[in-house]
Design a protein around this ligand. Structure first.
Ligand SMILES: Nc1ncnc2c1ncn2[C@@H]1O[C@H](COP(=O)(O)OP(=O)(O)O)[C@@H](O)[C@H]1O
Ligand SMILES: [Mg+2]
Length: 169
């Protein structure tokens, strides 16, 4: 079986890590050669010095994309959850992985502001911090994703995971 790259993208707080991890756990039951790579973990394990500006985020997103290709080339399935809302990254993935699946996790901005686990939106809206994607960094909503999942309501995790798994051949 060829390896898959399952790319789960969306704004901070939308539910990428939660959904990605659950997809990984389901897939891992069937295929042991599966890894989960989350954008936050990647920054942690690589000791990232890149900033959170648009340019810094682009550098990290491309590093993640190249790491994923490195793994899929060795027949490892990768579930990757990361903001990386840049069309260059999506295009790179599509061009470089024969079995690429892209999922966009949507959450209404009002709800993101209500969740605000990392206090990003609240602070950015008060202009206390900069470089928050969706506030002062524009993002490319995926143009050709396989599925957009509305996760404005924090529910139906199993159903959302199934909708992803069912598309993977
Ligand atoms: N479908 C869901 N069901 C239950 N809780 C969810 C669901 N989606 C997200 N959450 C919760 O919402 C919050 C944000 O999700 P998270 O996965 O951390 O987002 P992201 O990784 O995109 O920043 C977390 O507290 C998470 O537990
Ligand atoms: Mg996360």
């Amino acid at each position: 079986m060829e390896s898959n790259l399952i790319w789960i993208t969306g704004l901070a707080g939308s539910g990428k890590t939660t959904i990605g991890k659950a997809v990984y756990e389901t897939l891992k039951n069937k295929y042991v050669n599966t890894v989960f790579l989350d954008g936050d973990h990647f920054r942690e394990i690589t000791g990232q010095l890149s900033s959170h500006t648009r340019e810094g985020r682009m550098i990290v997103a491309m590093q993640i994309a190249r790491m994923c290709k490195f793994l899929t080339d060795q027949k490892i399935n990768v579930v990757c959850s990361t903001i990386s809302l840049f069309k260059e990254v999506h295009e790179f993935n599509r061009a470089n992985n024969s079995k690429y699946y892209e999922f966009y996790i949507h959450c209404d901005m009002d709800e993101l502001i209500r969740r605000d686990q990392k206090q990003l939106y609240t602070k950015a809206l008060k202009k206390e911090i900069e470089n928050v994607v969706g506030v002062d960094i524009a993002f490319d909503k995926p143009a050709n994703c396989d599925l957009e999942i509305d996760n404005t309501q924090q529910n139906n995790l199993e159903k959302k995971v199934s909708s992803i798994i069912n598309l993977i051949k």
